[in-house]
Design a protein around this ligand. Structure first.
Ligand SMILES: [Zn+2]
Length: 228
């Protein structure tokens, strides 16, 4: 284990929980196929895996991801400064190129139809995960629908843990940001599971809707999809 990395996580933990006892921490770089990062608690011990794409990252970027992961674990708000620093770093050209290369080398062979004629849904999911979710969402099965359904843009199917996007949009005439918006919306369903309010199911909660508006071309994408 990288001792410097451990110190960064310990310091971040201390800042977040000044009085709580320091848990046993294990932090390692891991050869994920994307810029994934995860944290788990098992028997009171914290296990952290960081994408090995971050191995050469400057200390303040590692501090940022330490904060993000620990804040997520302990349900504390993620500080904007850390979120921004991490996002800037992973969206730099060299990191994006590296991630794309790893995806090619390490990505599993796909038997389903994530790769359409125009767009690769897995690649879109991974990019959005890095840009908007700190790489924290586990990727479900991504698939284009079998039929050209127009009534539904896309949906998340929890029974099969799959995001399905209507094949109508697998077309170069459909701009990429419109497909990204559909996938982004379904990713929010992953992040915000359906809540029960009394006997009513709340599918698009206020929190969900606020986060949806963070998509950079939200209005434009919605208008575009309406036209198609
Ligand atoms: Zn929805």
């Amino acid at each position: 284990m990288n001792p410097k990395l451990l110190v960064i996580f310990e310091e971040s933990y201390r800042a977040l929980r000044p009085r709580a006892p320091m848990p046993h921490l294990a932090v390692e770089f891991y050869p994920f196929a994307n810029v994934n990062n995860n944290i788990r608690m098992r028997e009171g011990k914290l296990f952290v895996r960081l994408s090995d794409v971050l191995e050469g990252a400057p200390e303040n970027v590692l501090q940022a991801i330490a904060h993000i992961l620990l804040a997520k674990m302990y349900r504390k708000p993620i500080e904007r400064e850390h979120a921004t620093r991490f996002r800037r770093y992973v969206s730099t050209r060299s990191i994006r190129d590296k991630a794309a290369l790893l995806r090619q080398i390490r990505g599993r062979k796909r038997i389903d139809s994530a790769q359409g004629c125009a767009y690769d849904l897995e690649a879109i999911f991974d990019e959005l995960n890095t840009r908007f979710f700190h790489g924290l969402l586990a990727r479900p099965r991504m698939t284009w629908s079998r039929v050209h359904a127009r009534n539904r843009l896309g949906h998340y199917d929890p029974a099969h843990n799959a995001i399905v996007v209507s094949r109508v949009f697998d077309d170069f005439r459909v701009p990429r940001y419109a497909v990204e918006y559909i996938v982004y919306h379904e990713m929010l369903h992953l992040k915000h599971p359906v809540k029960l309010r009394g006997s009513r199911r709340c599918v698009h909660s206020g929190e969900f809707q606020a986060e949806e508006k963070l998509f950079p071309r939200f209005e434009e994408a919605k208008a575009m999809l309406k036209r198609l």
